[in-house]
Design a protein around this ligand. Structure first.
Ligand SMILES: Cc1cc2nc3c(=O)[nH]c(=O)nc-3n(C[C@H](O)[C@H](O)[C@H](O)COP(=O)(O)OP(=O)(O)OC[C@H]3O[C@@H](n4cnc5c(N)ncnc54)[C@H](O)[C@@H]3O)c2cc1C
Length: 542
């Protein structure tokens, strides 16, 4: 401590999410540095975090979920706001996500490198994916077996998942047993960040072990409201806990790991961002950085819903819930059964049309009628199945902007979906690919009426109009503090904020381009690499 009031730590990490927990562990490992983690949400105490199938619970939670709404667009979801869930607890979104373990495609990272980000190619990141991973299949060219993040094959519980794989083969698509090896393309079962029937969040994997060390402090329910910058150097952060404001100082660095929505918000609240936007809210611009909050990318998602003639999927009807009772007992006694897996057991990475070079769509098969993040309970009470399709590398980009200078106010999220015409084409072709799979004979015993988009939607325009009515996302916002050296870049390849000393951003927001798959494993690998870079820096500048 440098005086009786202000505590000082070597590193202050803002946000205990997928990335923040990795940093807390790796930076404290040697015992040489003190680390403080500030987390806005509460501790991860609820049992619902542990139970994989309880994923849906968090969509209704205001305690563990930031529960943002995107800016309303007239023809999307019929003018209703698109919901943007983000985890708000130890583990961040890794404590509330669907647990699918996917890395994306090798070309994604090679593209980051081609954009000028040396050291961020696939070959550069592969060691960090492996370092983080404890894969139940053991060590191999592509997988690690000694890391803290448990990744496992899951028992497949829903016949609909198996039917989806058979149908994909019937429709002429490749079948794969590993989306994370040399070739991603094909349909298959997902591996999940689940260990012995329980979610393996970043908090469980990385933070819990770090908390055994006496150089790690975690403060929960502490909303960081500002980074204190003196002479263009980050020296402290201000946070609010239970109505009380406190300041803690950083000897070495402040590291923002607040996620793709909150990291840019916090930079702007601290006077780093586009000058005119800051001034509009009465915030003094300490350092003008036009890219903060720009370049928002997200996996925009559409779906095909079909009524089922069978009753072996999930339904929230009384009968459906009754059918779950044996599985509840199985889970409580042995941590097995339907509650021990993600609700999406199977999926695919496909080309939206033959002419594209690599998969540009991802399919998530779910054994229920799942819309509006599970909040359409009436729809879910029916027996049915849905196949969701998202665009893997959308060209449309959006923004995160301040709605006010109040750090407690939600920022404005504008996805700007379909501002690039190519995205529309990929989504429509993606829906056609889904229909092809669902029309295969394997589904004959299941297939009832197509509820959505509905068979009346046949032309591209009709399919697109219907898709927008139930448009969603796969909860993968990235890119709002992008890494690079151009005018819109926020951090350099060391993830240091351009123009400000002792300040880094390490989370999903630094991705210059969205990767072709779910973003938890990539964010963890980014943080593993960042920790290595930070430790190397202080080793050579000791
Ligand atoms: C519902 C859902 C389902 C998903 N499903 C999958 C999936 O199946 N597979 C997959 O790979 N990915 C999935 N994802 C995406 C993945 O979980 C995220 O990309 C990843 O967790 C992002 O990590 P992060 O560190 O950038 O942010 P987060 O993990 O979101 O962490 C940010 C942390 O910072 C905290 N914070 C924010 N602002 C402040 C502040 N001002 N002060 C203090 N703390 C703050 C937050 O509360 C949070 O704990 C899903 C995400 C969601 C929300």
């Amino acid at each position: 401590m440098n005086n009786s009031q202000t505590q000082t730590f070597d590193f202050i990490i803002v946000g205990a999410g997928s990335a923040g927990c990795v940093l807390a562990n790796r930076l404290s490992e040697s015992g040489k540095y003190s680390v403080c983690v500030l987390e806005a949400g509460p501790a991860d105490k609820t049992p619902f975090i542990k139970i994989p199938a309880a994923f849906g619970y968090f969509m209704f939670s205001k305690k563990y979920n930031w529960d943002y709404d995107a800016q309303i667009v007239d023809d999307i979801r019929q003018g209703k706001a698109l919901n943007v869930p983000r985890g708000k607890t130890l583990g961040g979104s890794s404590s509330t996500n669907a647990m699918l373990y996917i890395r994306g495609q090798q070309e994604d990272y090679d593209e980051w490198q081609q954009l000028g980000n040396n050291g961020w190619s696939y070959q550069d990141l592969l060691p960090y994916f492996k370092k983080s991973e404890n894969n139940s299949r053991g060590e191999s060219e592509f997988h690690g077996a000694n890391g803290p993040l448990h990744v496992s094959d899951r028992e497949i519980h829903y016949p609909l998942s198996k039917t989806f794989i058979t149908a994909s083969a019937q429709a002429g698509f490749n079948i794969t047993d590993d989306f994370n090896s040399a070739v991603q393309e094909g349909a298959g079962y997902f591996q999940c960040t689940i260990n012995e029937g329980q979610r393996c969040s970043s908090a469980k994997a990385y933070l819990l072990p770090a908390l055994q060390r006496n150089n790690v402090t975690v403060i929960v329910e502490a909303l960081t409201t500002k980074i204190v910058i003196e002479d263009l150097k980050a020296v402290a952060v201000v946070y609010s806990k239970k109505g009380k404001t406190s300041t803690i100082r950083a000897n070495k660095e402040v590291i923002l790991s607040s996620g793709a929505i909150n990291s840019p918000q916090l930079l702007m609240l601290s006077g780093i961002g586009e000058k005119s936007q800051l001034e509009q809210h009465g915030i003094e611009c300490i350092h003008s950085l036009a890219g903060v909050g720009q370049n928002l990318q997200e996996h925009v998602d559409a779906c095909v819903f079909v009524n089922s003639k069978k009753h072996d999927g999930i339904s929230t009807s009384v009968g459906g819930l009754f059918r779950m009772i044996p599985d509840l007992f199985k889970y409580l006694t042995k941590r097995e059964g339907k509650l021990s897996n993600s609700i999406s057991e199977a999926g695919a990475f496909l080309k939206s049309e033959n002419s594209v070079a690599r998969p540009d769509i991802q399919l998530h098969m779910v054994p229920l009628l799942y819309d509006d993040n599970g909040r359409d309970l009436k729809l879910m009470a029916k027996d049915g199945y849905s196949c969701h399709v998202c665009i893997l590398r959308p060209k449309s980009t959006g923004t995160v902007r301040l709605s006010s200078a109040d750090p407690f106010a939600a920022p404005e999220i504008n996805f700007n979906f379909f501002s690039h015409p190519e995205d529309k084409k990929i989504l429509v072709n993606g829906i056609k690919q889904v229909r092809k799979i669902l029309a295969s004979t394997a589904f004959d015993d299941y297939r009832g009426e197509e509820v959505h988009p509905g068979i009346s939607a046949q032309s591209d325009e009709e399919i697109f109009a219907k898709a927008k009515e139930r448009l969603g996302t796969v909860f993968h916002p990235v890119g709002t503090c992008k890494m690079g050296s151009d005018d819109m870049a926020v951090v350099d390849t060391q993830l240091k904020v351009h123009g400000i000393d002792n300040l880094r951003v390490v989370d999903a927001s630094i991705m210059p381009r969205l990767v072709s798959g779910n973003t938890n494993a990539p964010t963890i690998a980014i943080a593993e690499k960042a920790a290595d870079m930070i430790l190397a820096f202080y080793r050579s500048n000791a």
